[in-house]
Ligand binder design. Structure first.
Ligand code: URA
Ligand code: URA
Length: 243
């Protein structure tokens, strides 16, 4: 061990010892145990868990899922088979947000496991990523009958859970797939064709809107556009790795 380091270790041990002696002089025979992070209250929206004043912690995905329970906050609760919460890495650097579960997702309880999901897997693979690297979820957690568009009241009932999922994960980059995810997260009315391909900000997090994989199944020529968008995402993730 270099001499300088040795001196620092001896000094640090010395100050620990004097602190313990001081506590003993006060009559304290045991050390106060720091509170477990689990004992802290959950942060309110926008409260910073790491600020000096903010003695709070982020919600976990399990807690958000538990609160959804057997959700019937909108009419889709009556027609769905299974609620599809989301899946993947709970500390992912990249989160992908889709629209709503389809038939296969509703059957299996997992996001993007049907035909659109298989295309999404190929897109992720081309990006050098797998499902376990990322987190995938949807704007709506339940399947609209016959895959119709989400209704405004369904979005209103459900989107706070997506917002809480994104806060719990704290990704570095978000991909919004399709018009509904992009317009709702960005509070924009611009069509997806105008939003995609450019960086936007969701709560300070860079967000890239792109076409939905289901749209690509019907319009394969859009695959090149999506690949352009995904290359920007890869670059961004790499540049954030360097800081
Ligand atoms: N389409 C979506 O938007 N989400 C899914 O989970 C599946 C298909
Ligand atoms: N319409 C949508 O809702 N999403 C797309 O990705 C393309 C068209």
């Amino acid at each position: 061990m270099p001499d300088r380091l040795k001196i620092e270790v001896v000094e640090a041990l010395g100050s620990v010892r004097s602190q313990l002696e001081y506590l003993r002089d006060l009559g304290e025979e045991t050390l106060p145990r720091p509170a477990s992070i689990k004992d802290l209250p959950v942060c309110s929206p926008g409260q910073d868990p790491v600020s000096a004043a903010g003695h709070c912690r982020l919600e976990t995905l399990e807690e958000i899922r538990a609160e959804l329970g057997d959700c019937c906050r909108c009419g889709l609760g009556n027609s769905r088979n299974q609620l599809v919460f989301g899946a993947g890495n709970p500390v992912a650097r990249l989160v992908l947000v889709g629209e709503a579960p389809g038939r296969e997702e509703d059957r299996r309880g997992e996001p993007f496991v049907g035909e659109a999901g298989q295309l999404l897997d190929r897109i992720l693979l081309a990006m050098g990523l797998s499902r376990s690297d990322v987190y995938i979820c949807n704007l709506l957690k339940c399947r609209p009958p016959d895959n119709r568009d989400p209704l405004p009241e369904e979005i209103e009932a459900c989107e706070s859970f997506l917002i809480r999922q994104l806060a719990a994960i704290g990704p570095q980059v978000i991909i919004a797939m399709g018009r509904f995810a992009a317009q709702n997260l960005l509070r924009s009315k611009l069509p997806i064709g105008r939003l995609r391909g450019n960086w936007h900000s969701y709560q300070g997090i860079p967000l890239m809107p792109t076409f939905h994989p289901a749209y690509l199944l019907r319009n394969p020529s859009g695959k090149r556009d999506v690949w352009e968008d995904m290359k920007q995402v890869i670059q961004r993730l790499h540049s954030l790795e360097d800081v």
